[in-house]
Design a protein around this ligand. Structure first.
Ligand code: AMP
Length: 438
């Protein structure tokens, strides 16, 4: 490697730059999230990226992969044990308790968009910093809320142009799940020799995760394993059936999958994952997942408060939108482009540009370019309706040229009347467009 190359500082492994071309997808996604939040009555929350490590140990679970292997943890200058958040729900629940949101009308409906950090093995669609958006409804037990959150996760991704499917399960409440884990342990105990190395390690501490191991042999074993739905309490069964009935009312493509257990400890009852169905090799890619977390608020010191939510990975959604060739618009373009030729014209132009911008015109420029040809090309790219051209002659005459970018016709106008002249033309343009649309 050359010395120069060696000295170059590169992107940290597992991290990703999101460049302007890709931002076109991110903008669409953000807009869609805002739209859904408005329609379903969710309010945005932003929590810090750094939290006390214990927050995640107590909620996500010390024995989960996320906490035991993947957290970016450190001791601060002040001696606090801190971590970069590996997910957002625990922080939101901390905030819900800390800000007394339990005194607000329930459920409190919140949504977030932000980066999460997991020191996992990087590969396509898996990063160490990745973004999630999520919706959380805290303070209601009603199965209709579960169904609505599944609906939000489903319709939102569908409206982004993706071919998706929801897989649903119930992981039960704590009591029925503990009963189930005993049965499951017994089943796997008898078949322990067929389990992969990881599952042998998980066997005692995280038995449920044996069900969603990707190893072929473990998957085959999982197919015949006892199922959680057979161990649900009467109330748990009824709740789950109601969720499914609401889903049936909606036009949602879902299947029951007894192996959906989710990777984090705090989940109770309804659990779901959303998969992309477009891959040619038939492999399903998880885009997001969610579930109830009825014990989480209490485990962090709040009063017992049922809750449900989901998270979706944005990089994976972008990847799938690109693969599906979802059309993205290059943005709105601009109405007016300011072009200049010569030293004096440049000075006057930067002032004019600021004035037009401050007066609310949709205006664009490329002042560092000196030639008119370059600037007209740039105006074309930005789909400007009109370009204002100022050269030495216009400076002397106190005029300016207005070029109609569609017809190429240019007119000289009095510089003092420029705003009025532009406005007149833009109004005419708008009226013409409206007539065409009729
Ligand atoms: P989880 O919080 O593990 O349930 O993940 C929810 C979603 O976040 C997943 O379905 C992915 O779309 C996304 N996600 C999780 N981990 C990563 C990662 N390391 N890189 C990129 N996306 C991720």
């Amino acid at each position: 490697m050359s010395k120069k190359k060696k000295n170059r500082i590169q992107l940290v492994k597992g991290m990703k730059d999101i460049l302007p071309d890709e931002q076109l997808y991110w903008n669409i996604i953000r807009k869609k999230i805002d739209n859904f939040a408005r329609n379903y009555g969710f309010f945005r929350i932003d929590t810090p990226i750094v939290e006390f490590t214990n927050l995640f140990k107590r909620t996500v679970g010390e024995d989960t992969d996320v906490v035991s292997k993947e957290m970016y943890s450190f001791v601060s200058q002040g001696g606090d044990k801190l971590s970069l958040r590996p997910e957002n729900t625990a922080s939101i629940v901390r905030s819900y308790i800390e800000h007394g949101m339990l005194n607000l009308p329930q459920p409190v409906k919140l949504f977030y968009v932000g980066p999460q950090f997991r020191h996992d093995n990087p590969q396509a669609g898996r990063y160490r910093q990745f973004w999630q958006f999520g919706f959380e409804a805290i303070g209601d037990n009603d199965p209709i809320i579960d169904a609505q959150l599944i609906a939000i996760s489903y319709y939102l991704l569908k409206e982004l142009g993706l071919d998706i499917e929801v897989q649903v399960n119930s992981v039960g409440d704590v009591n029925s799940r503990n009963e189930y884990i005993k049965v499951l342990k017994k089943y796997y105990q008898d078949n322990k020799k067929f389990l992969c190395k990881d599952c042998n390690l998980r066997f005692n501490k995280n038995t449920l995760r044996l069900l969603d191991c990707k190893n072929k042999k473990c998957q085959e074993l999982g197919n015949d394993a006892p199922q959680m739905v057979d161990y649900l309490s009467e109330e748990g069964k009824e709740h789950f059936m109601s969720v499914l009935e609401y889903l049936d009312e909606l036009d949602i493509k879902y299947t029951l999958n007894p192996k959906i257990v989710r990777g984090l400890d705090y989940y109770t009852r309804t659990a779901w994952e959303i998969f992309d169905c477009s891959s040619k090799d038939g492999k399903l890619n998880a885009l997001g997942g969610g579930g109830r977390y009825d014990d989480l608020v209490e485990s962090l010191g709040g009063r017992p408060t049922p809750a449900v939510g989901f998270a979706v990975g944005i990089e994976r959604v972008v990847m799938k939108m690109q693969e599906a060739k979802v059309p993205v618009s290059k943005g709105r373009g601009c109405d007016i482009y300011v072009a200049q030729l010569g030293v004096e014209a440049r000075k006057k132009s930067i002032r004019l540009f600021e004035e037009l911008r401050a007066n609310g015109f949709s205006v664009s420029e490329n002042m560092s370019k000196k030639g008119l040809k370059d600037q007209l090309e740039s105006a074309d790219k930005k789909r400007a309706k009109y370009t204002l051209i100022m050269g030495q002659k216009e400076i002397s005459d106190d005029t300016i040229l207005i070029r109609d970018m569609e017809s190429g016709v240019q007119e000289i106008v009095d510089y003092k009347k420029i705003k009025m002249e532009i406005k007149k033309r833009l109004d005419k343009h708008l009226a013409k467009n409206l007539k065409l649309k009729k």
